[in-house]
Design a protein around this ligand. Sequence first.
Ligand code: HEM
Ligand code: HEM
Length: 200
Amino acid sequence: MTQPMRLRGVRHHLADRLFHWGMALTVIILAATAFLPVVGIRFDWVPLHWTAGVALLLLVLFHLVRVFSTHGAREMVPRADDVREIGQVMRGGTTHSLSGAKYDAFQKGFHLAAALTVLALLATGLPMLAKIDTRFWRRDPSILSDTTWGMIYVMHGAAAMVLLFLVILHVYFAVLPEHRKFLTAMIFGVGPEKARKGNP
Ligand code: HEM
Ligand code: HEM
């Protein structure tokens, strides 16, 4: 029986790396266009903000197609061993008694938090497109009531601040010297098969 082709040592395939860096770039553009005017750097931020948002939506849809057609969701779903791992790390112990996993408990937790936050930002950002004039459509705020708009704006702003915090945390851990193998894996593809060693 023929085995499916598997490139040895490849942690992130090119399509997934392009998704990660494209998504990172759009998130950085979205954050810069949202927060720079708040700190007094004024410019015409709306066109760049909404086009980056639409690009992020397309990237996330691409990611979901990759996940459900190629990867399967298995590697990223938190399980009992992930809860045990958090307990053992907090007690300063080793994780050798646990199952090996491509992503450790902290990466899965970060992915879940980042994914939910990005999805909340996209779900609240999309209706906001009806509030602006572009060369493709005319503004029409009457599609929703003032109360609903208010809730959408509060959720969008709160989720944006959560994402800013998550990204700062993520980049801090990504550039630590002891995580260098994972940084090169996200740039060049090749890297460790498992972030949590454990029992195979
Ligand atoms: C319901 C929505 C989502 C599901 C079910 C999902 C699922 C997954 C799975 C299963 C993986 C692991 C693939 C593997 O290595 O086997 C993964 C990786 C990843 N996800 Fe998601 N994801 C979702 C949404 C998002 C969102 C919104 C973002 C943007 C922040 C995101 C960013 C990433 C990144 C950067 C990776 C690592 C790149 C890779 O190697 O695939 N995901 N996701
Ligand atoms: C620009 C600075 C960034 C750097 C240096 C960076 C670095 C990395 C690295 C090295 C990995 C791979 C970890 C592994 O192989 O297990 C990764 C994965 C991931 N990145 Fe980023 N990233 C950046 C920006 C972002 C942004 C803006 C987001 C979205 C909010 C994001 C979301 C993710 C997710 C969800 C994963 C998969 C889960 C994980 O491995 O932690 N990244 N990133």
